[in-house]
Design a protein around this ligand. Structure first.
Ligand code: HEM
Length: 406
């Protein structure tokens, strides 16, 4: 099977028969099938849909752009502290609940975010650009030295991990093993905290930073305070794990982005000719790939949406790729158009939990795509790849390419 960022949409959303919506929580749909027809049908016919699938708790699905945006922006009614991803009830609550950046509510969230914000703002990312450029050249040269390579692991994975590890303060000599462990955890679709080597590694790193603080993010987490108190060791480790895990979205956007450009050679040529299109192309890649598949929120009080009553304690699932194909928001939403204007996608969420890595993710894309467009390398797809079998993130699990230095 040839993979595609957006497989062909053959389902007629206006058709009379409701599709089987329980498939939405089947990871195989994202690996082998096409969730977009289901979302299109839901946007048209069931924009606030209650479902109960297998081991997952019952939840409401939201698929329209405007509704998803409104929920993100009302963090008083829709809390993040009980988890932001669907988890089987048997595995219990997310261990990061109330502790990690993504899984806290105001006012704690704001304080925790301000501890980290200085590492991800425009100034910090500009200062990091030289490191990103060197990392991009290194992974491309290594990959070009081989006959064939997997863009997902050999290029995007190594690059994303190197950059976040550098920010956290992981010494260069440890990048390879950290990469191996995170790769194993992602491949097993397990949480990074369930990988004992990762937890042990960060505990060891934080003990070293306790004795000798440096200018890295681990030191900042260790010595900064939230609510007047230092973070506990487990909070520091969980936040490191949260940052590495969140980077997976950036990695998938890089892979999905290069795939989208290679599958739309006209757009690639347009971009190569006119580099002023690059910022817009990056936004379109984020809309198109929408690598974060869903966010969960838990209602803190009763509310009503399109006549449906959402009770306190109910889980609400926001399907981001659906919002980013909403025909009420985007003209010709299934077309990949690097000059799309306006392009108010919400791949990075909106509101208080807007992706803290947004500037970094854009910078990595800019540097990597610029290097590929500059003509120093020739790149082409090299056979079919696979898509990730997950309901949390989506995109190519592997993307075989032929890359050579010219
Ligand atoms: C194109 C790439 C990316 C996409 C599509 C993306 C998407 C998202 C989304 C949708 C959220 C909101 C989650 C929620 O509240 O339910 C989020 C939050 C977050 N992202 Fe990203 N992300 C990307 C890249 C990155 C990178 C490279 C990092 C690394 C630092 C990162 C770190 C985070 C963190 C820590 C949060 C939690 C922010 C908070 O709750 O205040 N993301 N991201």
């Amino acid at each position: 099977m040839t993979i595609s960022a957006v497989p062909a949409t053959t389902f007629d959303p206006a058709g009379p028969h409701a599709p089987s919506l329980s498939r939405l929580t089947d990871p195989e749909l994202y690996a082998e099938g096409d969730p977009h027809p289901l979302w299109a049908w839901m946007r048209a016919h069931a924009p606030v849909h209650r479902q109960h699938a297998g081991e997952l708790p019952a939840f409401w699905s939201l698929t329209r752009y405007a509704d998803i945006r409104a929920v993100y922006q009302d963090s008083t009614t829709f809390s993040s502290a009980q988890g932001v991803l669907l988890r089987p009830a048997v595995v219990g609550p997310d261990p990061g609940g109330g502790l990690t950046l993504a899984l806290t509510d105001a006012p704690r969230h704001k304080q925790l975010r301000s501890l980290m914000a200085g590492w991800f703002n425009t100034r910090a990312v500009r200062a990091l650009e030289g490191y990103v450029e060197a990392a991009v050249r290194r992974v491309l040269d290594d990959a070009a030295a081989r006959e064939t390579c997997d863009f997902a692991t050999d290029i995007a994975g190594r690059l994303s991990l190197a950059v976040i590890a550098h920010i956290l303060g992981v010494p260069e000599a440890d990048h390879d093993r950290l990469y191996r462990w995170t790769d194993e955890a992602f491949a097993a679709h397990s949480s990074l905290v369930s990988h004992p080597d990762i937890v042990e590694y960060f505990l060891d790193l934080l003990y070293r930073r306790m004795e000798e603080p440096t200018g890295d993010l681990v030191s900042a987490l260790l010595h900064g305070t939230v609510g007047g108190e230092l973070l506990t060791e487990i909070e520091v480790v969980l936040n490191c794990e949260n940052l590495i895990g969140a980077t997976e979205n950036g990695r998938l956007a890089l892979i999905g982005g290069v795939q989208a450009l290679l599958e739309h050679p006209g757009e690639w040529r347009r971009l190569a000719r006119d580099r002023s299109l690059l910022p817009g192309a990056i936004e379109e890649i984020m809309r198109w790939t929408s690598s974060a598949t869903h966010s969960v929120r838990t209602a803190t009080r009763p509310s009503e949406l399109h006549g449906r009553s959402i009770a306190a304690g109910d889980k609400v699932v926001l399907w981001l790729p659906s919002a980013n194909r909403d025909e009420d928001m985007f003209t010709d939403p299934y077309r990949f158009d690097i000059s799309r204007t306006p392009n108010r996608h919400i791949a990075l969420a909106v509101g208080e939990h807007f992706c803290i890595g947004a500037t970094l993710a854009r910078a990595q894309m800019r540097v990597l795509f610029s290097e590929l467009l500059d003509g120093a390398y020739a790149i082409e797809l090299d056979g079919p790849g696979r898509r990730v079998a997950s309901i949390a993130v989506n995109g190519p699990q592997s993307l075989p390419v032929r890359l050579r230095a010219r």
